[in-house]
Design a protein around this ligand. Structure first.
Ligand code: SAM
Ligand code: SF4
Length: 329
């Protein structure tokens, strides 16, 4: 799959549910209305859809959500998708999780062929963690992460930079991940979906965070790339690698290799644009995937050049109306 700007699409993110056991303040409103089950793709449909993309050249598949591990019987899907790792069609099967269910699933994930996972942790302070996630409890997440480590999973921690919330904790997070052998990536908040709090009050440009890190560590720019939006530095003192995802202060679209599918089968060619293609209708149109394949090809042909996110005092509305939990982070 090659888009109009010559970018090879080899990375698919699939949101397997819009539901979650947390209500992070920048991601969801507290009283979210979730989709009726009938609108959500079945596990069999998700399998067919992922397989169609793999046959078209997707080499890396990330399951996300909502919280992927709260979808009922999600391990059935993950185990089934693992067959594409065995044949070599798929290079990597991975997921992004809030960590709450890892205690239950870490060993099974390893058995299914998952080698690495991303876990979102914005703070190591129990009180702040409860404030940010509303319903999450830090000890449960840390136990889940420990179980994942024991099971042999490589772990990357994703931290959303939040002004006045976790900017004081940058060094604690760096030291914790360094000690545990986890990668760490900081993310800027993105204006996705209406939430109850004003994002501009919490928005922390990563340029400021970097300046803060620079007071204690020498940062050496790294040319390490994963094909994604993150840019990396190595800390001279410890050798630890840190990632930064800066959709607002630095646009990363020129190297974008990914597309995203929601749990209802909507294909979004860009996280920051509203254009989409309805793959559920195509999936249900026939059994032999011909409508599905045609719909995918047509959609890739109109992948946009990039997004134009804005967070400032004058721009009150989110750039796109759907929440991150819909498109999947
Ligand atoms: N529930 C899982 C988790 O939290 O890791 C997977 C889905 S979550 C939507 C994926 C990632 O998106 C998380 O790291 C979360 O912090 C991030 N996220 C959610 N809303 C965001 C926003 N408005 N801006 C930036 N990142 C956001
Ligand atoms: Fe749930 Fe992840 Fe959104 Fe938090 S960021 S509410 S854990 S989907």
């Amino acid at each position: 799959m090659i888009d109009p700007f010559g970018r090879h699409i080899s990375y698919l993110r699939v949101s397997v549910t819009d539901r979650c056991d947390f209500r992070c303040v920048y991601c969801m409103a507290e009283d979210m209305t979730f989709l009726p089950k009938s609108e959500v793709l079945t596990l069999e449909e998700l399998d067919r859809l992922c397989t169609a993309f793999i046959e078209k050249g997707v080499r890396k598949l990330r399951l996300t959500g909502g919280e992927p591990l709260v979808r009922r019987d999600v391990m059935t899907l993950i185990r089934s998708l693992g067959r594409h790792l065995d044949t070599g069609a798929l290079e990597e099967l991975t997921l992004t999780s809030n960590g709450s269910q890892l205690g239950r699933f870490a060993d099974e994930l390893v058995d299914a062929g998952v080698k690495r996972i991303n876990v979102s942790v914005d703070t190591l302070d129990e009180g702040k963690f409860a404030d940010i996630t509303r319903w999450g409890r830090l000890p449960q997440v840390l136990d889940g992460i420990a179980a994942a480590k024991d099971a042999g999973l490589q772990i990357k921690i994703n931290t959303v930079a939040l002004r006045g919330v976790n900017d004081e904790e940058v060094f604690d997070l760096i030291e914790w991940t360094g000690r545990e052998g986890f990668d760490l990536t900081f993310i800027e908040t993105m204006p996705l979906g209406e939430v109850d709090v004003a994002r501009v009050d919490r928005y922390l440009p990563l340029s400021l965070l970097k300046a803060q890190i620079g007071q204690r560590y020498e940062m050496i720019e790294s040319d390490h790339r994963t094909g994604g939006p993150a840019r990396y530095v190595n800390l001279a003192e410890t050798g630890q690698r840190l990632g930064f995802i800066t959709p607002l202060t630095h646009n990363f679209c020129e190297s974008c290799n990914r597309v995203r599918v929601t749990c209802t089968g909507m294909l979004y060619m860009c996280l920051g644009q509203d254009d989409s293609a309805d793959l559920r209708a195509a999936l249900r149109a026939d059994e032999d995937n011909s409508a599905l394949n045609a719909a995918i090809d047509e959609a890739i042909g109109r992948k946009p050049k990039g997004h134009d996110f804005v967070i400032d005092r004058r721009t009150k509305a989110p750039s796109v109306s759907r929440h991150m939990s819909v498109t999947g982070g």
